[in-house]
Design a protein. Structure first.
Length: 247
């Protein structure tokens, strides 16, 4: 597969890729570890595939929902449906069509949660039961943000070798103001006027990381589990400002 914006890039190498003397035709998409990567890096085919699988499982959940209580339905959703919606999300969450992809997956989660939150029919002798919603689930956006910051912590603080390419230089210390907090763990955010570059993983997560480290101290002393818990708490308290930063 040739990844290029130039229409002449594909014909330039067509027929020249050989393995054991056998020419290999160019492909519009290749699958790597279950993630379908397209020539234009749009991930449309991958999202379509996982959305179809998750949607089929929501339909299966609907068929058995009447035999399960709310806890059972929620457990089944987490174990059999949500894993498709979250698989390898960090690989496509910053692509140019990420907004439409996330809306599509969010709609599948809403369908599943409507089944989970549906009130169970009361027994005939008992009075009608009041609707009591189950504990709300974290949004898919919330979980993607937590995963992204945990990965960035592994690169920035723990120094994991295979994530060294994500590591960013520390930001020069500046004075904190009432509206902008700074911390010793802040990093330099890659600057670019191109909106597509601003949506890249490093750009988006660097901005998130600087806000997170300003609000949560002692990042250097935390292990992976501690960071995950801290990010979850912080993300629940700061939903609106975070969306303004990362979108």
């Amino acid at each position: 597969m040739v990844v290029s914006r130039s229409p002449a890039a594909g014909p330039a190498v067509e027929g020249r890729l050989r393995f054991g003397g056998v020419p290999h035709p160019l492909q519009e998409a290749v699958k790597v570890l279950g993630v379908e990567v397209e020539r234009e890096l749009r991930f449309d085919g991958h999202i379509k595939h996982i959305a179809k699988k998750a949607s089929h499982r929501v339909s299966a959940l609907r068929r058995v929902a009447s035999f399960l209580d709310r806890g059972g339905k929620l457990l089944l959703y987490k174990a059999q449906i949500r894993l498709y919606l979250e698989y390898a999300a960090l690989s496509w969450m910053s692509c140019s069509c990420a907004a439409s992809h996330t809306r599509r997956l969010d709609s599948i989660q809403r369908r599943a949660l409507r089944l989970v939150d549906a009130a169970d029919p009361p027994d005939p002798p008992d009075p009608p039961a009041l609707f009591e919603p189950v504990s709300p689930l974290d949004s898919l956006e919330h979980r993607r943000d937590v995963a992204a910051l945990v990965v960035f912590h592994k690169a920035q603080v723990q120094g994991v070798l295979h994530l060294a390419g994500l590591r960013q230089p520390p930001r020069v210390a500046t004075r904190s103001t009432r509206t902008v907090l700074t911390s010793g763990d802040a990093v330099e955010v890659p600057r670019s006027r191109a909106s597509q570059h601003q949506r890249t993983f490093v750009g988006r997560v660097s901005r998130m990381w600087n806000i997170f480290t300003a609000a949560v101290p002692h990042i250097q002393e935390m292990n992976t589990q501690s960071v995950k818990l801290a990010v979850n708490r912080w993300r629940l308290l700061k939903p609106t400002p975070l969306r303004l930063v990362i979108l």
